[in-house]
Design a protein around this ligand. Structure first.
Ligand code: IPD
Length: 262
């Protein structure tokens, strides 16, 4: 596990340094993916290429799932789950909240995760059963916060038709909580929860590369991370908070039927 974490951290730091150094010259090259708001920059691709090369040089045969390049086949029971830039829109606009995220799964379970925020100089790490860390600081999420006093992070998937529903859901949540934050990076939202900078998080439409590493950071800080009705977290839905607040937020969200499409 330590070997996985060390390698993931080295690679996430190298990709982050490359992105920080090159950002001003290459960020103009933009394509769109699933919708006009779902962007990818040349640097998303360059970052993923670098990460894939480094992983395969150190551990040939391991499988890799990356946001931009899809799944690399292989026989290994180890799979690396990579988001080369989570928070691409922030990155594009020169906002500091974007991250390089690398998770390591063994037999389908995330055992190590690294989320590097180069523009903030912060690196979050977690190892299964061994805790979550911001640099050398052990992280514990906020506990005992009632829903009415909770600062709740969320995000909006890029699908245009789903955005109207996401707007309805957030309209139902807003009057019941302290406030809402839309930071622009699922990975950073989950790490912020682990660090006590927000109390809860929910979102529909995120992917394993968004929540793989940061999900472990959140759960190792003491939070619950699940889908609706006891289902595991998935692209369908994610709720994260300390026990107690989790159940309160779950009740509110489930009543909104937020997985509906119309
Ligand atoms: C996105 C961010 C955003 C979330 C979207 C994600 P990307 O990832 O995590 O916060 O709301 O659902 O797709 O596109 O910046 O890698």
């Amino acid at each position: 596990m330590t070997e996985f974490l060390r390698l993931a951290e080295d690679i996430a730091r190298e990709a982050g340094d490359m992105l920080l150094a090159k950002r001003p010259t290459m960020s103009e090259e933009i394509e769109t993916k699933s919708s006009p708001t779902d962007v990818v920059t040349a640097l998303d691709k360059a970052s993923e290429e670098l990460i894939r090369e480094r992983i395969l040089a150190a551990r040939p045969g391991d499988r890799i799932l990356g946001e931009e390049g899809g799944e690399e086949p292989g026989d290994s029971d180890v799979r690396w789950v990579v988001d080369p830039i989570d928070g691409t829109v922030n990155f594009l606009y020169g906002l500091p909240d974007w991250a390089v995220s690398i998770a390591v799964e063994v037999d389908g379970q995330v055992v190590a995760g690294v989320v590097n925020l180069p523009a903030r100089g912060e690196v979050y790490t977690a190892a299964l059963g061994e805790g979550a860390w911001l640099g050398a600081e052990r992280l514990r999420c906020n506990t005992g916060v009632p829903l009415a006093q909770a600062l709740v992070a969320t995000g909006f998937g890029y699908g245009v038709s789903r955005r109207a529903i996401q707007g309805q859901v957030v309209a139902a949540v807003l009057p019941r909580v302290r406030d809402i934050r839309r930071g622009g990076s699922c990975a950073i939202d989950l790490c912020s929860l682990a660090a006590g900078r927000v109390d809860a998080y929910y979102e529909r439409g995120i992917n394993p590369w968004d929540y793989g590493a940061a999900g472990l950071v959140a759960t190792e800080s003491g939070a619950r991370l699940e889908g609706l009705h006891g289902r595991p977290v998935s692209p369908e839905f994610a709720i994260c908070a300390a026990p107690g607040l989790f159940e309160e937020l779950h009740e509110l969200l489930a009543a909104q039927n937020p997985e509906r499409d119309a």
